[in-house]
Design a protein around this ligand. Structure first.
Ligand code: S3P
Length: 449
């Protein structure tokens, strides 16, 4: 895989107690959706707490090219003047989504039922990721496309001239695919139904309701059935975005393994479809308290108080995968610092993320002295206890922000330093990671040459 032009290594060393408050940035999934639904609404949507990271800024650029006006005001809020459902204009330039599968796939859905042609591309990582999973169901609405062999980016998508509604079962356990279809349904006459067995994140459904879409959800024997009335009129609304639990996972994990630590992570999104890691960590014996539970823009949140803990290995149930799909790399690192074996199965999806995360995590853990078995659909990690991880290696991150942050966390508690080959991809989801981690006491530095 083609690496970034300039690789910037970073090293983490065994650190003193981590203390203080870690204000992680806004949720990435919700940030993408706020921009896209804002662009499809009539009127002005104000967004507070938008994640200003590369992935989300690429989506902002894309919806701008599709005709929405987007600006940041003096108070840091973002406002989107939408064009209305069906109002996207043909972009004069290629839509480049950088590293972001979410941005690319959701915007494909939003374009699929509007009669325009748009060209989609991304970075070397995104150009390896499967798009057929979204293109095939979007074709049923009447969209056509021309992709590279294997359904890879770059591709051209032409939205349906006369879109038709669909009744579609989504077999792949992906919120991105589900969301793409729900967005396509907005401009198809009649009612479309999307059925999914896996309980993937439901931010699109919640936000569609907030924008006034006619959406109903019911349980069926094939899974959850979501019905959306097409030719919808979305009304602009104000959105306040909670802090990203998938970003919170990194300082939280660090506080669990660095001796003497206690940190607070305020106002973290606690949507029940995103809290699988917290559930798993509780089973592992982690000391995590949740205070001040509250609600904002139809989503729940709370303050997490996390203390150093003696962790033990567990079997992670495969049914929990969707609710913690982005958290497996950091869970695998924590499993290395636990006593006993941790088994993770049913997560073949990890092979098609920003990198093959099963392989990347396995190679990384081996390099720092941990025994790990790579399964086709998961990992088995033999824990070495709180003080047993050797460290002393430079980890290949394969353009994957979550591998980068996971192995830096490992370095904060391993005996010898752990370096990563490049930290720049962290900008895709958590641009302030280094500053935030240093502020709570993490020793992150440029490696000596
Ligand atoms: C996301 C869904 C997940 C997740 C990604 C964000 C979303 O991907 O890994 O980081 O915002 O819908 P899949 O839908 O491919 O599982």
């Amino acid at each position: 895989m083609q690496a970034p032009e300039i690789m910037r290594p970073l090293e983490a060393r065994r650190s003193g107690p981590l203390k203080g408050t870690a204000e992680v940035p806004g949720d990435k999934s919700i940030s993408h959706r706020a921009l896209i639904l804002g662009a499809l609404a009539v009127g002005r949507t104000n967004i507070v707490g938008l994640l200003e990271a590369d992935d989300v800024l690429k989506t902002a650029d894309a919806v701008r090219k599709l005709g929405a006006a987007i600006a940041k005001d003096d108070n840091g809020a973002w406002c989107v003047h939408g064009v209305g459902v069906g109002g996207f204009v043909e972009p004069k330039d290629i839509l480049d989504f950088g590293n972001s599968g979410t941005g690319a796939r959701l915007v494909m859905g939003a374009v699929a039922t509007t009669p325009i042609t748009a060209l989609f591309t991304g970075d070397a990582s995104l150009r390896k990721r499967p798009m057929q999973r979204v293109l095939d169901p979007l074709a049923r609405f009447g969209a056509t496309f021309r992709a590279r062999e294997g359904g890879l980016l770059p591709l051209a998508l032409t939205g349906a001239t006369r879109a038709i509604s669909v009744d579609q079962v989504v077999e792949v356990p992906s919120a991105q695919v589900k969301s793409a279809l729900l967005l396509a349904a907005l401009n198809a006459p009649g009612c479309s139904r999307v059925v999914q067995d896996a309980r993937t994140r439901d931010h699109t459904e919640r936000m569609l309701k907030a924008f006034g879409a006619n959406i109903t959800i019911e349980q069926t024997d094939r899974g959850e059935a979501i019905s959306v009335q097409g030719e919808a009129e979305l009304r602009a609304t104000d959105i306040s975005i909670l802090r990203d639990p998938s970003s919170a996972a990194f300082p939280l994990a660090a506080a669990l393994i660095v001796p003497g630590s206690e940190i607070t992570l305020p106002n973290v999104l606690l949507n029940p479809r995103r809290t699988g890691l917290l559930e798993t960590l509780r089973e592992m014996g982690a000391a995590i308290e949740i205070a001040n539970r509250r609600e904002s823009s139809g989503e729940e949140s709370g303050d997490l108080v996390v203390r150093i803990s003696a962790l033990k290995g567990v079997d992670v149930p495969a049914e929990r995968a969707a609710s913690m799909i982005d958290e497996y790399p950091i869970l695998a690192v924590l499993a290395a610092f636990a006593e006993g074996r941790t088994t993770m199965r049913g997560v073949a999806e990890l092979r098609v993320k920003e990198s093959d995360r099963i392989a990347g995590v396995a190679r990384g853990l081996e390099a720092i002295g941990v025994t790990v078995e790579e399964l086709p659909d998961g990992l088995i990690v033999e824990g070495r206890g709180g003080d047993g991880v050797k460290g002393g290696a430079t980890i290949a991150t394969h353009m994957d922000h979550r591998l980068a942050m996971s192995f830096l966390v490992a370095g904060l508690a391993a005996r010898d330093p752990v370096a990563i080959d490049d930290w720049t991809m962290m900008r895709t989801s958590f641009p302030g990671f280094r500053t935030l981690m240093r502020a709570i006491g993490a020793d992150l530095r440029r490696p000596d040459r």
